[in-house]
Design a binder for this molecule. Structure first.
Ligand SMILES: *Cc1c(COP(=O)(O)O)cnc(C)c1O
Length: 423
């Protein structure tokens, strides 16, 4: 530590304290009484799975999103899997998504028996690039002579759906994606697992639309670290299609419409009532938390505004992001993460290896260079501390460390990064 920093640490404890990537402790301490009440209520009724607390949360989350239905399920992955099945995706069909997402997106596709195929993302928003989707559909697909369905040249299988991912709290550009889906008769299921409350301005409909309302169905995760998180595993599907809602209610509960009447084979994918009760408590705070996330993002934007070697996340003019993550791009990403770790500042990479290059997807036959934007992003991105309650002073310390590190790099581009990591 430098001499002046040691001095600073004595007068200003913030210099020395650690700053986490995410603070999950404070909000739960603040809400402790309300959350413990939920647990007591569940104990006193012994209604642990399903029941009124689940129904109440489903009603309030559907109302929050503006959809006809919300069906609580066991996780975001369940939500994606059930939404795809209920919307009509069948085994041996292709579902198009992006390579720069969490693997749950493609796991759900594969576990339905379908085949994931990728299109690259827009460098500015990190979400599905509609022009790449068009190039794929027009240039890398053909019509089946018998069925007339659009088929992928890669696999020779019919394409049935598109899964745009609203990454980091920022929605994908849905107007052109939905219009291509209509043109090619494809379903759209939104991966809204990082986008609770995010909005999209539809030029076509001339209004703001909320994540979860644009596709046939949408999947939400309520994993603890998400913008709306349970105290355990939880997820939900939103839809305004009554048939889809009915099928998902069966899928999550072993395919039964009534006890021991199994219309289809389903899953064990129910939402438990303690998690639902916790989610109802927290839903009341979601807008306030998202507002704080947006303020924190705007503060970071301002702190980095003079740095041409730090790319800050762009909010497209058609998007209102809820900043699930605040992701910047730098040239020497690994060096910067090392420096931040030394200074006890949390940082993350979402995600370091694009899915088409993961060992688990070797059999898909993609190679390095197939999705250059996703690959470049994966090498340059850093997620900075972002959570409601992150203080302006903490943000100043985070940005100062990053700006200093990038300044040193700029002045001494030939020095090895090992040297730069320590001072
Ligand atoms: C979190 C997440 C999921 C999966 O949600 P789980 O609740 O962990 O199953 C899927 N897609 C994306 C983009 C996510 O961030």
């Amino acid at each position: 530590m430098l001499q002046h920093e040691i001095m600073d640490a004595k007068v200003n404890p913030i210099v020395n304290s650690s700053i986490p990537l995410l603070d999950l402790i404070t909000p739960h301490q603040k809400l402790q009484r309300e959350l413990v009440d939920v647990f007591h209520k569940a104990l006193s009724t012994a209604g642990f799975i399903g029941g009124p607390m689940v129904e109440e949360f489903e009603r309030s989350f559907a109302a929050y999103c503006g959809t006809g239905f919300c069906i609580g399920v066991g996780s975001g992955t369940d939500a994606l899997r059930f939404a795809l099945i209920a919307a009509g995706v069948k085994p041996a069909e292709v579902v198009i998504t992006v390579p720069n997402t969490f693997i749950a997106t493609t796991e759900a596709i594969s576990q339905v028996g379908a085949l994931p195929e990728f299109v690259d993302v827009d460098e500015r928003t990190s979400t599905m690039d509609p022009s790449k989707l068009r190039i794929y559909l027009e240039g890398q697909c053909h019509r089946d002579r018998v069925t007339g369905r659009i088929c992928s040249n890669r696999s020779d299988l019919p394409i049935s759906a598109i899964v745009p991912v609203h990454l980091y709290g920022h929605m994908a550009d849905m107007d052109p994606i939905l219009s291509l889906a209509r043109e090619y008769d494809l379903l759209v299921v939104e991966d809204a697992c990082q986008a609770h409350g995010a909005r999209y301005f539809s030029k076509k409909d001339e209004c703001w639309m909320q994540a979860g309302t644009l596709g046939k169905a949408a999947a939400f995760s309520f994993y603890p670290g998400k913008n709306l998180g349970a105290c355990g595993e939880a997820g939900g599907v939103t839809t305004s299609d009554e048939r889809i809602a009915r099928v998902i209610r069966m899928l999550r509960d072993h395919g039964q419409s009534q006890k021991y009447n199994h219309e289809i084979e389903g899953y064990n994918g129910r939402l438990d009532s303690i998690q639902a009760g916790i989610l109802s408590v927290k839903l009341a705070y979601l807008d306030e938390w998202n507002k704080q996330r947006r303020e924190i993002a705007h503060r970071y934007h301002a702190l980095f505004s003079d740095c041409d070697n730090i790319v800050i996340p762009l909010e497209a003019d058609w998007a209102e992001s809820v900043y699930h993550l605040y992701v910047i791009r730098v040239q020497n990403r690994d060096g910067l993460i090392g420096r931040l770790a030394e200074r006890r500042i949390g940082a993350g990479i979402h995600y370091p290896v694009p899915l088409h290059l993961q060992k688990a997807y070797k059999h898909l036959g993609y190679k390095q260079g197939d999705f250059p934007i996703s690959e470049r992003l994966a090498a340059e991105i850093v997620s900075l501390p972002m959570f409601p309650g992150l203080g302006a002073d903490q943000q100043r310390r985070v940005s100062a460390e990053i700006i200093n590190f990038e300044e040193i790099l700029r002045r001494a581009p030939l020095r090895s990064t090992d040297e730069l990591g320590t001072s």
